[in-house]
Design a binder for this molecule. Structure first.
Ligand code: SF4
Length: 362
């Protein structure tokens, strides 16, 4: 029931959101993404320098192993960390590596909390537990109403956040001036990124754009395409917390974390920017295409891996994971609904023919 209900609710919201401004934004953002992917390596360097200038530690990791190593070094000494939604952290297997190093990891996003109870992985970019019905969720939490659920999750998650020494978030967009933009509705990102003493951002190199103005446009199209006229919160983090109240001298780390690091992961992205899979790097991870895909619905969203759905299979391919392109019917509806008209069907066809070629040679 979960997927069917979510599809119906999304279709209704989307009707209200796709207007003249949406079309204008989509056009602008497509140009921004083309320009940014053209300059992907240069933007990593510019952003890195600016983060450091803003007092934020910066690491560019070529692959999963390097990304995990720098993340573990940054969080060394922590006993527990809290985490908001971050697909890239799962791409590099960070939660498992942290647990193995003796650091307990607690999810704070409601969808991820639900998944941690059923021990399953994400099935949608913005609704990780899309396949689980409301009735099943109430059962899992042993509560009898949505309000009881809200109260139980609120209290449980807050306790974990207050006692954690590290917080991990992803990023929706990175501006090369050295700031991170994170869209959210639940309010957990604000707490995870500001309460613990250390804040780690793990994200992909394709998220960097050339200016703050461009980053805001990308963020607006992302939340609109995900079905929101306005998100509850847009977090912009461009430095450690600071005060200038005493003789205008800078006092850092007053209320926010004392240290913050941004890990930008390549893991196949830069290579992909020069191949027929380049268009996947424009993806906003809004999840709109999942709702329109007939195969995804028929499979009850069970078309996964680290990245889910049709576009997710291209991401699994780019990042060296097992990719399953075979559920794609090549109807092209995903490209029609995608604000950037990303040609998922063509790229999946290419992966199919690459796999066929491998089998032939075997
Ligand atoms: S492919 Fe397009 S519709 Fe699908 S998640 Fe990416 S940006 Fe959104």
């Amino acid at each position: 029931m979960g997927v069917k209900e979510a599809r119906a609710n999304f279709a209704e919201r989307r009707e209200r959101i796709v207007d003249e401004r949406f079309a204008w934004l989509a056009d602008e953002v497509k140009k921004i993404k083309i320009r940014s992917v053209d300059r992907i390596e240069e933007l990593v360097e510019i952003a890195g320098n600016n983060f450091e200038k803003n007092g934020i530690e910066f690491h560019f990791a070529r692959d999963e192993r390097e990304a995990v190593r720098v993340s573990l070094e940054f969080l060394e000494g922590c006993e527990s960390v809290v985490k908001s939604k971050s697909l890239v952290s799962h791409e590099i297997g960070l939660p498992d590596h942290l647990e193995k190093s003796g650091i307990s990891v607690h999810e704070t996003d409601l969808g991820d909390v639900i998944l941690s109870l059923v021990k399953e992985s994400s099935r949608h970019f913005t609704m990780p537990a899309i396949h689980i019905s409301a009735e099943r969720v109430l059962e899992l939490f042993d509560v009898s109403s949505i309000d009881e659920l809200r109260q139980k999750v609120r209290e449980g998650v807050r306790k974990k956040i207050i006692s954690a020494d590290g917080g991990i978030t992803g990023a929706n967009v990175i501006s090369s001036d050295g700031s991170v933009l994170i869209i959210e509705n639940e309010g957990n990102v604000r707490l995870v990124s500001s309460f613990p003493e250390r804040h780690l951002v793990v994200t992909g190199a394709e998220k960097i754009v050339g200016s703050f103005e461009e980053a805001v446009r990308v963020a607006e199209l992302t939340w609109r395409s995900a079905g929101y006229e306005m998100p509850s919160y847009l977090n912009v983090i461009g430095g450690l917390s600071k005060s200038g109240d005493v003789e205008k001298r800078v006092i850092s780390g007053l209320h926010g974390p004392e240290r913050m690091a941004v890990v930008v992961v390549d893991n196949g992205r830069i290579k992909a920017s020069r191949t027929e899979f380049r268009e996947a790097l424009y993806c906003l991870r809004c999840g709109a295409c999942h709702f329109s895909c007939p195969s995804y619905a028929a499979l009850n969203a069970d078309w996964g891996g680290v990245y889910s759905g049709g576009i997710g299979q291209i991401w699994n391919h780019i990042t060296g994971k097992t990719s399953n392109p075979f559920y794609c019917l090549h109807c092209g509806i995903c490209s029609e609904i995608c604000p950037l008209n990303i040609n998922t069907s063509e790229m999946l066809l290419r992966i199919k023919s690459m796999l066929a070629e491998k089998i032939r040679k075997f």
